[in-house]
Design a protein around this ligand. Sequence first.
Ligand SMILES: [Mg+2]
Length: 155
Amino acid sequence: MKKIVLFDIDYTLFDTDLFKDSQLKTYKLYNEVEDVLKDLSQVAEIGIFSQGEDVFQKEKLKQTLIDSHFGEENVHIFALKDYNIGSVIEKYKDRSVFFVDDKLEVLKLAKDLNGDVFTIWIKRGPFAANQENITGFEPDAIIGNLSEVTPIINS
Ligand SMILES: [Mg+2]
């Protein structure tokens, strides 16, 4: 089965703390992101599943020069993720779907909707620090750095 890896933006690919501290002026990815996206695109399709304002979020991809990695058809940005996870999973029903997110609640919702999706929790940023005991949910993998995604997708 073909694979699709859907990344969240804030606190997953994008250093949102730095962005906020700089009054929304400094656009920076976490250090490993470019290499990971390059490696992953050899073995899987990659996409975005992000919450926020469409133009605002896409600007983060553009300013950090990673927008070209993602086909327009695989970029999913919603005001609220919760109500749209189902439609995204449905779109990729013929693939193995991997979600990478710092918000455990999003991963839980995805898993509840479809037990076949693979959930990867990137444990960084303010949400990750406070979520462990909130949801009582065990993601399929917990990682501290996105370089750990590639071996998971390959296995
Ligand atoms: Mg996030």
